[in-house]
Ligand binder design. Structure first.
Ligand SMILES: [Zn+2]
Length: 91
């Protein structure tokens, strides 16, 4: 029998697991991310939400870094190293 979908239980809080294969196809990071849920005519659709930084999930000032979205702040940390903000406050 050809598999046309995955049968999943919804827990008592309304949660359902999106199969790993689907998350991979949607390019959702292993440690989580956001999806957009819509419901129309009784059909729930799960789609990838707007792109977010792969490190901090910001949506602001994204640029492409090796094919992945990275925000300007994280890109600066990659380029110049993480700043020790507690040391900066002491100066
Ligand atoms: Zn970031």
């Amino acid at each position: 029998m050809a598999k046309s979908g995955y049968l999943r239980e919804i827990d008592r809080l309304g949660r359902v697991v999106i199969p790993k294969q689907f998350r991979k196809e949607m390019n959702i990071p292993e440690d989580g991310g956001e999806v957009l849920l819509t419901c129309k005519n009784g059909v729930v659709t799960v789609s990838k939400s707007a792109e977010t930084c792969i490190f901090c999930r910001s949506r602001r000032r994204l640029s492409d870094f090796k094919g992945r979205p990275v925000c300007a702040k994280c890109l600066d940390e990659i380029k110049y190293g993480a700043r020790d903000e507690s040391a900066a406050e002491e100066e």
